[in-house]
Write a protein of this length. Structure first.
Length: 414
């Protein structure tokens, strides 16, 4: 399928896959608003119920690359359908269970399904969009995740208050079953292509540029989410924002993130290097300003919204570069690009939690975020020195006829 030049619309399949990532994002984050209800119903403490968040993140970190390899030889459309079916069954199991251990196991299963859907969906979306619109396609996929924080999570929390915590699980199970049918209807069957090779997937990881890109993802998202994880104390205790206004501020952050992925996706295809450096530098500046100027409620609310814009503007371009550097074996790289931000989130939020209890208090998390965002410039500088944003023809696998006939074609798009 040819790529949409300029401002032409992306293929419809990208929108279908974005709807799937919306469901995945909703299930990952909605649990935070349901912890007291889950803890009370299943007879565990709130802190123990919080393991439902932890195991999902761990499942994503481990599951995304592992499932990328495990499903490599399956047709991509079948893999997407299977992931959505497993996702639905996992939510049904949780909704029907009265055992915390079983709900915990169901969360692990849904995390594996989420990782599978993301790594395969990213490859399908970018293949459909073509090389000229890779960042735009990934921006739309990530837009589904950010839209989940704006709409899916608040709606899920509201439904949970009305019907109990099982209500959102029933709805997600039903919607994912519908999504599986839609994917089966609109995602085209795999075109004839060379048999996938596990060896080729791992060989693609020998390219140091892949790891530099993944490092940038880990650092940047770790810095942004380290701050976001503890944004409520900063807003209420330092900036003096009323507790009732916090959801409005978080909605502004979510809308900013949606705008950031959209704009970053469009700019990242044309000028990846400029987009990455601009987004990272402005994110560092916003986090620094949030550290020193967060005594003003109006300034703080504006900076939180701006953080959503700048913090997510780089992610589509980084994802596109990871797939480009992986060449003709992009599936494992796609899985790792889904795991890398979760590693950053886990380490960043843990470090920010320590900083919050230090003498820095509420300014600790944004200071941790500032350092992490600034460090992101290191792998980006290395990529720039390597001229790594030159668009390359996909690298054929060694020994194939394509390999013997292929010539290198480059175009500087940095």
């Amino acid at each position: 399928m040819s790529s949409p030049p300029g401002g032409r619309r992306l293929p419809f399949v990208v929108l279908v896959l974005s709807a799937g990532t919306f469901l995945m994002g909703t299930t990952e984050f909605v649990i935070a608003g349901l912890l007291p209800e889950i803890a009370g119903d299943l007879g565990v403490s709130v802190s123990r119920a919080g393991l439902l968040i932890t195991v999902f993140a761990v499942g994503m970190v481990v599951g995304a690359p592992a499932m990328a390899i495990a499903t490599l030889r399956l047709p991509r459309r079948s893999t997407l359908i299977l992931a959505l079916v497993v996702f639905s069954v996992g939510h049904l199991a949780a909704a029907l269970s009265s055992s915390f251990a079983l709900v915990l196991a169901a969360r692990v299963v849904t995390a594996l399904a989420t990782g599978t859907f993301w790594c395969v969906g990213a490859v399908v979306a970018t293949t459909a969009a073509g090389p000229a619109a890779t960042s735009r396609a990934l921006g739309l996929l990530m837009g589904g995740l950010t839209l989940a924080t704006v709409a899916g999570v608040p709606l899920g929390s509201w439904l949970g208050q009305l019907s109990g915590w099982r209500g959102p699980f029933w709805v997600l199970a039903a919607l994912s079953a519908v999504a599986a049918a839609v994917v089966g209807r609109f995602i085209p069957a795999d075109e004839r292509r060379e048999a996938p090779s596990v060896r080729a997937e791992f060989a693609a990881l020998r390219d140091v540029r892949v790891w530099l890109t993944l490092s940038a993802m880990t650092l940047l998202m770790g810095g942004v989410l380290a701050t976001y994880s503890y944004i409520s104390p900063l807003l209420t205790e330092r900036a003096g924002v009323p507790a009732g206004a916090v959801p409005m501020v978080l909605t502004g952050y979510g809308l900013g993130a949606l705008l950031g992925t959209t704009v970053g996706g469009r700019l990242g295809d044309r000028r990846p290097l400029a987009t990455l450096f601009t987004a990272t530098a402005t994110t560092t500046l916003v986090l620094l300003l949030l550290t020193v100027l967060s005594t003003s409620p109006v300034t703080t609310m504006a900076l939180v919204t701006l953080l959503g814009v700048t913090g997510f503007a780089a992610t589509p371009a980084l994802g596109a570069l990871a797939l480009r550097f992986a060449g003709s074996a992009p599936t494992l790289a796609s899985g790792l690009s889904g795991a890398a931000p979760n590693v950053g989130i886990a380490v960043g939020s843990w470090t920010a939690g320590i900083a919050l209890t230090s003498p820095l208090r509420q300014t600790g998390p944004p200071l941790v975020g500032t350092v992490a965002a600034a460090l992101t410039l290191v792998p980006l500088a290395a990529l720039a020195l390597m001229h790594a944003t030159r668009a390359e023809a996909p690298r054929p696998r060694p020994g194939t006829a394509t390999d013997q006939a292929a010539g290198a074609r480059t175009q500087d798009v940095g």
